[in-house]
Design a protein around this ligand. Structure first.
Ligand SMILES: Cc1cc2nc3c(=O)[nH]c(=O)nc-3n(C[C@H](O)[C@H](O)[C@H](O)COP(=O)(O)OP(=O)(O)OC[C@H]3O[C@@H](n4cnc5c(N)ncnc54)[C@H](O)[C@@H]3O)c2cc1C
Length: 538
């Protein structure tokens, strides 16, 4: 049986960072195991290819949530990346870190070392910002972060209209303050997706001390007492086991990290015994406390201006494809959103709670998923509450590693979440009905004029909302008995095992979750290697 110093399970956002940072030390022997395959495909490389990977089993686990009480008993399509780069290879590219208070809150919960001043150096470490270095941004990291190059006229009008509503233009929502209307910063380099695999893995793939195995489904961990020893995985219909001399790092993401712990006998003892799983360690919080962002959208038919819808069809599309291959520019270099805003749903709040995404395109209605581009010009404004209070769970349904777990986000089950979604939809309408955009608006296509009262809006939100793909907190870091990992991301009560991915977030960040996941993995690498960066001086 082969032995490695560190075995990393999952080559997603976090796993790629860990593989890079740990293998910097040539005396360490690292294994990275990934269930998916290669990320070298135009659908992944072209930013607009998002629409093609979104529900594509070749790159995607394509889960579904369990029926939810707050969403009219619906199951909701739930994509996660299954490919090198993980979800960062199928993501919408937005680089949003969150608010300083998100991380200060983590520290207040008892997680020492995770305050904003302490994590900012790790955001900076991973970043290569196209606009240069400053107190908040770095230029020497592997992860390229660039600005939107093609400013579509409707995006410019969105920004202008937002200002008319009293929302200030914020040139850097990842800087001193998040609040305002801004063009998004994106993980794109020269018009091509810059995933965690492109940024952290490609440059170091040939290191002699790093082995990467793809197409390998990890089934469980093995233990001797409370000490984790190895990993059992399936590749090409063969079951294999490898051993770790130092540690196993679970980076399988917010769905699969709790799933693998449960399959390995780590979780709620009674629940595991009922499934016939031998209990290694009774840890009630595994899979519990799960959170996600739930988004709804307003779409308008556009008149008098060309939108992306027309550019995405027929001869125009062929031209756009050729242009992108030759120059990295044009339609295919668009991410699902170019511009957005962070605002407070009510003025009494101390900080923004709503995030908006605007795109000069509109999509057909499909059950909880992004559909095809509409055959007519359109624009869309989406919104979600950034710090939802509804919490759910991820629980395995059997001891079969191939069976999908039960994902229950419990969207809209808390009153505060319902109120925010109603306020959010009203704001979407305000943003789309400004003096600047009004001349180009033909009619509202979603939800449509019939939806007016708060009850009607809530009903629309329950019927048509969807995940915006940010699951966190299913292996929560904390000091309370339900927490799964401690502040060094070590699984409580066990030796030699850490969880390093989005699942350890103690609570949702006010942001899309990739940037914070990269930061967590950067900091974890230092914790593992016994190093640390000085807190930022602000
Ligand atoms: C469609 C979509 C759009 C998104 N858009 C954005 C965005 O615009 N901006 C943003 O900030 N965030 C976005 N996100 C969220 C962001 O991508 C994630 O928060 C982040 O990638 C999570 O990183 P992770 O390391 O926790 O998990 P992942 O990146 O999901 O990595 C987990 C990896 O583990 C592998 N794995 C799982 N189980 C096993 C197993 N049993 N054996 C072997 N390997 C396994 C998976 O295949 C995967 O590669 C998006 C996500 C999706 C799905």
């Amino acid at each position: 049986m082969e032995t490695f110093d560190y075995i990393i399970i999952g080559a997603g956002s976090a796993g790629c960072v860990l593989a890079n940072r740990l293998s910097e030390n040539p005396s360490l022997n690292i294994l990275l195991i990934e269930a998916g395959g290669s990320d070298k495909h135009p659908y992944i490389q072209a930013p607009a290819g998002f629409l093609k990977t979104f529900d594509n089993l070749r790159f995607n686990w394509c889960y579904q949530t369990k029926e939810g009480e707050g969403v009219g008993g619906r199951k909701i399509f739930f994509p996660r990346g299954k490919v090198l780069g993980g979800s960062s290879s199928i993501s919408g590219h937005l680089y949003v870190r969150g608010q300083s208070m998100d991380f200060d809150h983590w520290a207040e919960l008892g997680n020492q070392g995770w305050s904003y001043k302490e994590v900012l150096p790790y955001f900076i470490k991973s970043e290569d910002r196209s606009t240069g270095k400053d107190v908040y941004h770095g230029v020497r990291g592997p992860q390229h972060v660039s600005d939107v190059l093609e400013r579509h006229p409707l995006c410019e009008l969105f920004v202008q209209g937002a200002q008319d509503l009293g929302v200030r233009v914020n040139p850097d929502y990842n800087g001193e303050s998040q609040e305002g209307v801004s063009y998004y910063q994106r993980t794109i380099l020269n018009g091509r997706r810059h995933s965690a695999a492109t940024a952290f893995l490609d440059p170091i793939r040939n290191r002699a001390n790093l082995r990467i195995i793809t197409g390998a489904l990890v089934e469980r961990l093995t233990f001797e007492g409370k000490q984790v020893k190895g990993v059992v995985f399936q590749k090409n219909q063969r079951t294999e086991e490898v051993r770790a001399g130092k540690e196993i790092l679970l980076s399988a993401g917010s769905i699969n990290s709790p799933k693998l712990l449960q399959l390995s006998g780590v979780g709620n003892a009674e629940f595991l015994r009922n499934l016939g799983i031998e209990v290694i360690h009774d840890l009630k919080g595994v899979g519990e406390g799960f959170q996600d962002h739930y988004a709804i959208r307003v779409a308008n038919r556009v008149k008098g201006l060309q939108t992306l819808n027309e550019r995405g069809r027929g001869i125009s599309l062929i031209w756009e494809i050729l242009k992108w291959f030759a120059t990295g520019k044009g339609l295919l270099a668009f991410s699902p959103a170019s511009v957005g805003a962070f605002i407070r749903s009510t003025p009494e709040l101390s900080r923004p709670d709503l995030q908006f995404v605007f795109t000069p395109a509109s999509y057909s209605e499909t059950e909880g998923a992004v559909g095809e581009l509409n055959p007519f010009p359109g624009m869309t404004c989406g919104v979600w509450q950034m710090r939802p209070e509804s919490r759910g769970h991820v629980r395995i349904c059997s001891k079969d590693p191939k069976e999908n777990p039960e994902i229950q986000p419990n969207y809209l089950t808390e009153e505060v979440d319902r109120q925010a979604v109603v306020s959010g939809l009203k704001w979407c309408r305000k943003f789309l009905q400004t003096k600047a955009l009004e001349p180009y608006t033909a009619e509202e296509t979603l939800p449509g004029g019939a939806v007016q009262s708060d009850d009607e809006i809530l009903d629309y939100a329950a019927r048509k909302g969807a995940t915006v793909y940010h699951p966190v907190s299913s292996c929560r870091m904390g000091t309370d008995p339900e927490a799964v990992v401690d502040q060094e991301l070590k699984v409580k009560g066990l030796q030699g095992l850490r969880v390093v991915d989005a699942s350890v977030m103690p609570s949702m960040v006010s942001a899309n979750t990739n940037a914070a996941t990269l930061m967590i993995a950067e900091k974890a690498a230092d914790l593992i290697l016994g190093k640390s960066l000085e807190p930022a001086e602000l």
